[in-house]
Write a new protein. Structure first.
Length: 206
């Protein structure tokens, strides 16, 4: 795991750029402007893309330690504030559990008016993984099993939760769900996380 020392002000500016890009992606998905305006905006975006490529990294921002002392991963596709692909999810960890409030956007559409099943899977994969890590068993997803109970709406505040259930050697198990605020489950997940041998010794208890 690489730790980088980047000034907080630059990281904050990067996160603002990512948020502006999310707003842009939402606007692109929903725009109804005329064709000539689409072409004009596309040309402006191409120029902006080249400006950002003037100095570029090979990989997104890695794990680092935030000023509050917590491990963070600004480049992550689910929680990374500096990654425009990320929602980004803010995950609260408590003992064996992980919890995040999530409001999907039209950008996440799979079936008409509903969230793509792969997007739900991505969120649950991450939540389960963080629950396993919270319990002291960080690992790579080995197997993820999902049960889609009801369509997942976008534009509605939802709650994603997960809990570590057991561990055996390098393997750990976690369960989770995306639910309406009243607790009605929409998608349930179970996962097996395997700590790669390369990680052994890097975490307490391994
Ligand atoms: C360090 C700090 C990190 C902080 C993390 C913050 C949390 C972030 C949260 C992010 C969350 C998002 C995370 C992501 O998105 S992770 C990205 C998605 N996942 C991957 O890319 C994983 C790719 N696969 C691998 O790297 C390897 O195959 C792994 C590491 C999984 C196992 O390769 P390894 O060579 O180590 O395996 P082994 O053959 O010695 O077997 C060992 C044991 O494991 C059992 N097994 C093996 N494979 C599977 C399987 N597929 N399902 C169930 N069980 C499996 C096997 O039976 C055996 O059990 P036993 O016979 O001993 O009983």
């Amino acid at each position: 795991m690489t730790m980088e020392l980047t000034p907080e002000s630059r990281l904050a500016a990067h996160c603002e750029l990512a948020q502006q890009t999310r707003d842009l992606m939402d606007a692109v998905a929903l725009t109804e402007v005329k064709e000539d305006e689409l072409l004009a905006v596309t040309a402006e975006l191409a120029a902006l893309t080249e400006r950002l490529r003037a100095a570029s990294r090979a990989t997104p921002l890695p794990f680092d330690i935030s000023p509050d002392g917590n491990l963070r991963h600004l480049g992550n596709a689910v929680i990374g504030g500096a990654n425009p692909m990320a929602l980004p999810l803010v995950v609260e960890m408590d003992g064996l559990t992980a919890r995040a409030e999530v409001t999907f956007r039209p950008l996440h559409e799979g079936p008409p008016n509903g969230v793509h099943g792969g997007i739900s899977a991505m969120v649950l994969d991450h939540l389960l993984g963080q629950a396993a890590a919270a319990a002291g068993f960080p690992g790579m997803t080995g197997t993820l099993t999902l049960r889609y109970l009801r369509p997942v709406p976008y534009g509605t505040p939802l709650v994603a939760t997960a809990e570590h259930t057991r561990a055996e050697g390098r393997k750990s198990w976690a369960d989770g769900r995306i639910a309406l605020p009243d607790g009605t489950p929409l998608v349930e997940a179970s996962g097996v996380f395997v700590m790669p041998t390369a990680w052994l010794g890097r975490h307490p208890g391994t």
